[in-house]
Design a protein around this ligand. Sequence first.
Ligand SMILES: [Fe+2]
Ligand SMILES: [Fe+2]
Length: 482
Amino acid sequence: MPDEKPTLDHEHLPMKLGTEFISTFYRLLKGTTLYDRKSVVIDRLSQECLQVVNGIIQWEGNLLLKIVRDRFFFNNTRIIASPEKYLIFKAFWQEMRKRRIGGIEFSEAVSGEHLTDLACLLSGLEENNESNYLSVKEQLEHRRIESIEVGKLEFSKDEDISVDSEDQKKYSKEVYFRSIGLVKEVVESIHQQKTLPIRKAKRLMQNAVNAVMQDDSTLLGLANIKNYDEYTFNHSVNVAIYAMALGQRIGIPKKQLSHLGMAGLFHDMGKTKIPEEILNKTEKLSAEECSVMRSHPVVGTELIMGMKEWGELSARMMEGAFEHHLRYDLTGYPRLTQKKKITLFGRIVATADFYDALVRPRVHHRFPYVSEKIVGIMLERSGKDLDPAIVKVFINMIGVFPVGTLALLNTNEMGIVTQVQEDTELIDRPKVCLIYYSDGEYRKGKMVDLIEADEVSGDFKRSIVKTLDPNEYNINVAEFLI
Ligand SMILES: [Fe+2]
Ligand SMILES: [Fe+2]
């Protein structure tokens, strides 16, 4: 359904219409894999998509969506996903790519029946079959549907087209724990005044960028686990992951994403020079101790300045280190003598740093906030301490119930959030791995999608009632994520 009336802005119109088509058609396509085509759910999804399709045809004369490699073209204009629609574009792209379909065209207004036919035909296709488009064509002809055409997906031969999701998860896990090891190595090198393993860090962040681009769920889940022992090491890696995952959503190019990862990884390096007694002090810091603590952005920047040979990279790393405690309204620390705008990398790292500090219990905050509260706190700080545009993307990315959250459902089942919904309108309905108790421990049950609705009533089958603390139930969340 169109969100707002179409504007006459020629730059944005294809983007808006294309996004509406992709969102509603993806929902319908997904629906046909879950429900019977005669169900009320399919009927509703089909009507929603139909309005968009016929509206576009009325406005533009036709509707042609083409996918060329990982790019989308709507009526021959390239369209790029907005951060909120990033996941839905990606999910739609994966569905189409799996089926080797690279184009859909409507030449005139269609009926709801024909639109549902198309979605069912597409969802029933086998994976990786190059001639899929031919069988859809045949079926459409057979049903005398002349106004719809589909095309083949073009991709270059050397493209790695199918990635095993289990392998992907293992790879993400490896990247995460290797990064923790690396942060330890960096900290030791600083203490022993040895040269920092920058080349190694850079390579690792390039691997992390690949993992984030393929599937960031596992990495975001690992970052969100609250019961690690060593706060400092995990914190640096988590900030790097949040920053990169956010960066890809706002369209930062690949090379710079790894720089952003480095800026995240090294943002608190100045803390290695702060005495342990101050770092770990549980009581309130004295004014003097507080100013020592607050020197870490400057100390960190000085450490990075010693790595001049890294040129642009060290400039980006300095932004993370120097600016991560500066607030959006330029208060915070270090005190600026000249007010200048905080850089994009600085604002991203500051948001990631703020979030990670909120979710994790540590010396100064014994109890972590529950996820429902965190979104509220972030929004409260938005515009004052944090960049509102970045906060918005960040919340969409993390969801109300982040990956790794233990939740109680209205069915009295317990589950762990494994994936945030592609569709930001359904941000409170993630995908969940059910868990059950048997033989003295919690075990993995089936995967359920909280957008699943009852075929007759159309009501959601399961909803989250509240979140639970995994420590209280002795549940190691990581085991259920990987
Ligand atoms: Fe810091
Ligand atoms: Fe930090």
